[in-house]
Design a binder for this molecule. Structure first.
Ligand code: CTP
Length: 214
């Protein structure tokens, strides 16, 4: 199978030395790419800025902003059978990027105007065709309700719901605890496990789904 996977945060520049971003380390997406390549899948990984080595046998495309990530996903979507959006795409970007470093001068406060970045999954849902789309939902409250809302709104085949406020789950750690939610209402709560093990479970789900369809 040909898989397109996204990972890591995006960075939205404010000036040449500053950006808006989030705490994503990229570990979940990289674990997925590594596990998928080890199973013999052809993997393209669109990665935001992370401090991880490129996984073996994976084509890595590096991007910085949400707009860059959208362009790379659009470009590589055509030749893939499934898309897994593990990236923590920044939702907001500074309305303007200053060409020079912003000087604080005598100001005591600073108000920034922010604009929405593109929602990658929503922007490409019309290109879905027969492809399988999997998303992640990082939540601190109302985990399953929020994840279900995103599953519907983004026309996904599966959403991996992730309570990032739990110890050992979510950002910057080696482990994760997730619930897999499908549109037919089926939910599978996985125990706390390594991100590689979560990746394997997700790829198992994908294999069953593809087998059922053919
Ligand atoms: N996502 C995306 N484009 C964005 C933001 C998120 O494609 N601009 C994708 C993520 O990669 C993830 C899914 O959408 O697979 C859900 O992301 P999440 O950050 O949990 O939700 P949001 O869409 O940002 O919604 P909210 O702000 O309500 O949490």
């Amino acid at each position: 199978m040909k898989l397109l996977i996204t990972a890591g945060p995006t960075r939205e520049p404010l000036d040449p030395v500053r950006f808006l971003s989030n705490r994503s380390s990229g570990r979940m997406g990289y674990a997925l790419a590594e596990a998928a390549a080890a199973r013999g899948h052809e993997v393209t990984l669109v990665s935001g800025p992370v401090a991880l080595p490129p996984p073996k046998d994976v084509q890595v495309i590096r991007v910085v902003t949400a707009a860059d990530m959208l362009a790379a996903v659009k470009l590589h979507l055509k030749k893939c059978d499934a898309l897994i959006m593990a990236a923590a795409v920044a939702d907001w970007r500074p309305a303007r990027m200053a060409p020079r470093k912003l000087k604080k001068g005598r100001q005591q406060t600073l108000t920034l105007e922010l604009k929405r970045t593109p929602d990658i999954l929503k922007s490409i849902s019309w290109l879905k065709g027969q492809r399988i789309f999997i998303g992640f939902a990082a939540e601190t409250h109302n985990l399953c309700a929020e994840a279900r809302r995103k599953l519907r709104a983004k026309k996904l085949d599966l959403i991996v719901a992730n309570d990032v406020s739990r110890p050992g789950a979510g950002f910057e750690v080696e482990t994760n605890q997730v619930v897999l939610l499908a549109p037919d209402g089926v939910a599978e709560a996985l125990p706390l496990m390594s991100k590689r093990a979560v990746a394997e479970r997700l790829l198992d789900w994908l294999a069953v789904r593809v087998r059922r369809r053919s």
